[in-house]
Write a protein that binds this ligand. Structure first.
Ligand code: NAD
Ligand code: ZN
Length: 358
């Protein structure tokens, strides 16, 4: 099973399923015969569980295989770690005939992809996602690290050569991380596909009991939706902004509470509830928000804005988001499920809606 992602700068395949990882050495041998060194970047946790499998496979190519282990989560997306990766690559003689494999979730993909984008002005990289959220992060070519001033502030648009999405890697994913990724699945359904949303709400009642078959379907659909939007707008000048549904408030919640309290997806889900309610008031969305919130609460999501968050700082944080150009904040709202629209909202209304959600 492979999905082709076409962007103006590159076309590449996403191989998705169980045992797809076994095709990786053949793919490299066939397409990258001139590559001599392969650097696998992974995080401590993922490396401890899955690195040996991947390393053994990649060594079949006969090329030199190196590994560099970064800290877990957002701790990987720092200048320091970025610099250490570059230093490791230089110290080990990597050059333009080298390749990087990113083994892990979105955090590893983001930092390893940015290392690949910048090392010697760019060397090829392959994404080997290990989280559900990575259906989103591994496709689309955004790579980045964080700055104390904001998340993903330093980065590039840089497409991978391929994505090998091995579903059996997801079996070791903790529930909290499944919940984080599933929020992006919900987001993709809401912005693009009512039938997919109906499928999700009727099929998924327990995040610990998702079958490989269900994963296959939701990840495939999620990737297709993301790909269709990215294909149209690789550099985010137009419709790609729709992917920020739930993220305006979500990023602010995530940033203010500090990474660690809420996962990315848990914060985004609160942002989705907020955007749905705002949509009802501002663009007359006809949608059963009560049914939605009951469903997601049963899956373990919080749907209220945490009490300790100061409302003015939330607004300030949203304005710092790099996607904001003017002084008013632009939200992605829904005219209906599957039909997003960008709407500028005045601070007063933002505040009013926040107050309804504590
Ligand atoms: P992550 O990479 O931080 O992984 C979450 C945790 O799960 C980590 O502790 C990791 O060690 C662990 N883990 C990963 N895979 C595992 C497995 N198979 N078994 C057991 N443990 C495993 O988180 P994520 O949610 O995948 O990604 C979040 C990051 O992705 C954020 O930094 C976000 O900004 C970024 N992101 C990027 C894009 C993009 O387009 N580039 C899109 C969405 C999100
Ligand atoms: Zn996101």
């Amino acid at each position: 099973e492979s999905i082709d992602i076409k962007t103006p700068s590159k076309q590449y395949p996403v191989f998705l399923g169980t045992q797809v990882i076994e095709q990786l050495p053949f793919f490299i041998e066939k397409n990258y015969s001139d590559i001599t060194k392969i650097l696998i970047i992974s995080d401590e946790k993922v490396a401890s569980i899955h690195l040996h499998t991947v390393k053994e496979l990649v060594e079949k190519t006969g090329k030199q295989v190196l590994e560099y282990i970064v800290p877990e989560g957002e701790h990987a997306k720092t200048f320091d770690v970025f610099y250490q990766c570059q230093s490791f690559a230089l110290a080990n003689g990597l050059n333009r005939k080298s390749m990087i494999l990113a083994l892990g979730g979105g955090a590893v993909g983001d930092v390893a992809g940015f290392v690949a984008a910048t090392f010697m002005r760019g060397i090829p990289f392959i994404q080997l996602p290990t989280t559900l959220l990575a259906h989103d992060s591994a496709v689309g070519g955004k790579v980045a690290i964080n700055h104390p001033e904001g998340k993903n502030m330093i980065g590039a648009f840089y497409q991978p050569e391929a994505v090998f999405y091995e579903l059996s890697f997801l079996h070791t994913l903790p529930e909290k991380e499944i919940r984080s990724g599933f929020a992006e699945v919900i987001k993709h359904a809401l912005i693009q596909d009512l039938d997919f949303y109906k499928w999700l709400i009727s099929e998924i009642q327990d995040l610990t009991a998702i079958t490989d078959e269900q994963y296959l379907y939701m990840i495939k659909r999620g990737i297709e939706i993301k790909a269709s939007i990215v294909q149209e707008d690789e550099k985010e000048t137009g419709v790609r902004a729709y992917l920020n549904f739930g993220h305006t408030l979500g990023h602010a919640v995530e940033g203010l509470l500090g990474y660690g309290n809420f996962t990315h997806g848990e914060a985004v889900l609160i942002g989705c509830v907020y955007a749905l309610k705002l949509s009802q008031h501002r663009v007359r969305l006809d949608f059963d928000v009560v049914e939605f919130t009951e469903w997601v609460q049963s899956l373990g999501y919080k749907t209220f804005i945490p009490k300790q968050l100061d409302h003015a700082s939330l607004i300030q944080k949203m304005k710092k988001d790099k996607k904001t150009i003017s002084d008013t904040i632009t939200f992605v709202l829904l005219n209906e499920v599957g039909s997003p629209v960008l709407v500028e909202i005045e601070d007063g209304h933002i505040m009013k809606q926040i107050e309804e959600m504590i």
